[in-house]
Design a protein around this ligand. Structure first.
Ligand SMILES: [Zn+2]
Length: 277
């Protein structure tokens, strides 16, 4: 079977490739290559499976570079120990036995209107505007579905997160997560501004009233600079991210092994459960 492979420590995955006769089409080796240049000169077969070998960041990167392909994320075992159920072997075996579910996840599109030009970024976790100057706040106006929500908010920035992103940067700002819709969060605003969970089809507009600011999406390096008067519109994209086996990738047992101190209470209870079984 022909696959695309993306990530780091790819040599660790080579024995499994051989065992299951996986042939490499496009290889994006984070340890060695200028992958942006490579992707610009490569045509992608949208039907080929993409294996993303690494952590959450690699999965996001894979979804950006291969935005129409199904992606199978596998934790890089050198930096993230995994439980017995989620070794390379088990995941690939489960994939071929059709035991892994493919889910479609909402993507966001952020469109910046700068003079008469549009610049777009796509995010699977979130799209944010941030202040550029660390010592100066950004000021912005907020519209939700064309209705003015806040005339001027002063702070580090604001943005919109998907359900997937609600456990990432959104959570670190709001100390909350959500399971439906999209979330609008305000970072370090001087006013008491409530974070909002909105209908998934809501359109959020942020107008910069004092910049400079920058629009970013997920962990991608591409950024869009914004100045006073520029507007950013953030809404659900028509495209989705198709990710296979997210349950296995987000397994609580694997997480305890990765962060033994952070989850030490959960660790104890999981041990008790496994002893009972
Ligand atoms: Zn696991």
């Amino acid at each position: 079977m022909l696959i695309n492979l993306i990530g780091k420590n790819l040599s660790d995955f080579a024995p499994i490739m051989d065992k299951y006769n996986l042939q490499k089409d496009i290889v994006i080796d984070y340890d060695n290559e200028n992958y942006k240049q490579k992707m610009a000169n490569t045509s992608v077969d949208n039907d080929a499976l993409v294996i993303a070998h690494g952590g959450d960041g690699t999965l996001l990167g894979a979804a950006h570079l291969f935005n129409n392909n199904k992606i199978l994320p596998i934790r890089d075992s050198r930096t993230a120990p995994v439980c017995a159920e989620h070794t390379y072997e088990k995941i690939i075996e489960n994939y071929f036995k059709n035991r892994l579910i493919c889910n479609e996840y909402t993507k966001l599109v952020g469109t910046a209107f700068i003079n008469n030009e549009e610049k777009k970024l796509h995010g699977i976790n979130d799209i944010f505007i941030h202040n550029v100057n660390r010592v100066a706040a950004v000021r912005y106006r907020v519209f939700i579905d064309n209705e003015l929500y806040a005339d001027e908010i002063v702070g580090d920035g604001a943005g919109v997160a998907t359900i997937l992103g609600s456990t990432a940067y959104y959570r670190s700002i709001t100390h909350s997560t959500f399971r439906v819709g999209i979330g609008l969060a305000f970072s370090n605003s001087t006013e008491i501004t409530n974070h909002l969970v909105l209908n998934e089809n809501s359109v959020i507009k942020l107008q910069i009233t004092r910049g400079p600011a920058v629009m970013v999406a997920d962990n991608i390096s591409e950024q869009v600079m914004l100045k006073e008067g520029d507007t950013v519109e953030i809404k659900k994209s028509n495209n989705t991210a198709k990710i296979i086996g997210m349950d296995a990738f987000m397994c609580p047992k694997c997480r305890v092994l990765r962060h033994p101190n952070q989850y030490r209470f959960l660790n104890k209870s999981l041990n008790k459960i496994s002893k009972k079984i």
